[in-house]
Design a binder for this molecule. Sequence first.
Ligand code: DAH
Length: 338
Amino acid sequence: MIEDIDAILKELEQIQNEAELSEFHKSYLSKTGKLTMLMAGLKDLLPEQRAEAGKRFNELKRAVEVQFFQKQAILRARAVNEKLKNDPLIDITVPEIKKMEGSLHPITYLTRRIAEICSSMGFIVVDGNEVVTEFENFDAVNIPFDHPARDMQDTFWLTNGKLLKTQTSAMQNEILKKYGPVVSAIFPGRCYRNEATDASHEFSFFQCEGMMVGKDISIANLIYVMKTLLTEVYGREIEVRLRPGFFPFVEPGFELDASCPFCHGNGCSVCKHSGWIEFGGCGMIHSNVLSKADIDPNEYQGFAFGFGLTRMAMTQYAANDVRLFNSGNLEFLRGIKR
Ligand code: DAH
């Protein structure tokens, strides 16, 4: 039997193409092949010889199979190479394409980081709609039909009367109704405006909004949350300051500045040498906004804040053109943070 196996291995070694190899498989390894037949012959041995012989036979059969599969791989690779060499449409001299690893879009990365930080402070994260009603985008946040603030937020209107939201504030009403009157939520999302695009204007950009509503919520809570959020995002101690600011949905309303995270407030090109960067708007939620969400403003109150995620990413990724975020510029999108 051993001599038989040696002869078979030699035959296998001499095979030069896939057709011969397939023939070999048929005559030795297939169900009716010689090796399979030899195996069947083992049953004629004496019982005491059978186990030992069976074991030995299996080892030898395995050796043939291993060699067979190696040969098959070699012949197949050779055939493919031949084909490639002769194919006029494939130029094998073109240098290999460098392996590229995927990466998160800067906005995705930042959104996830902010969600992580706010979740650790007890906020839920709500995924905002992009298509909202006129009521949600404007009336519910205290911007009635004839309010001049509407002029600054023209957008894309759909034929069914709905619109692409111009601000994440458009989610306030739905969230307050669904989770209120005691709720802490952030709702990052894509917003749209009817803009002529240039380096600092895009028709589509991202904002992040947050609210905390309950009993005894005050501006002190707002300042604490903002300071913690910014300190965690930038990985260094950030100071915040509030300046009076007007937004229809908050009263009192503020513009929120953060001490410049890039120069520690000493002055640099990012903060235009003022030591502060404008971060976003915030304030105590207007009683009309609470009432429109069926929350009694005499019993509950809360703060809201909103800021441009895209704008924040622009400073972090040192981007001087907002359009880069919607571009296919991989060098930028794979981003190095400041
Ligand atoms: N919605 C405002 C905007 O688009 C941002 C904003 C300001 C949100 C003040 C707020 C806020 O919640 O309190 O510019």
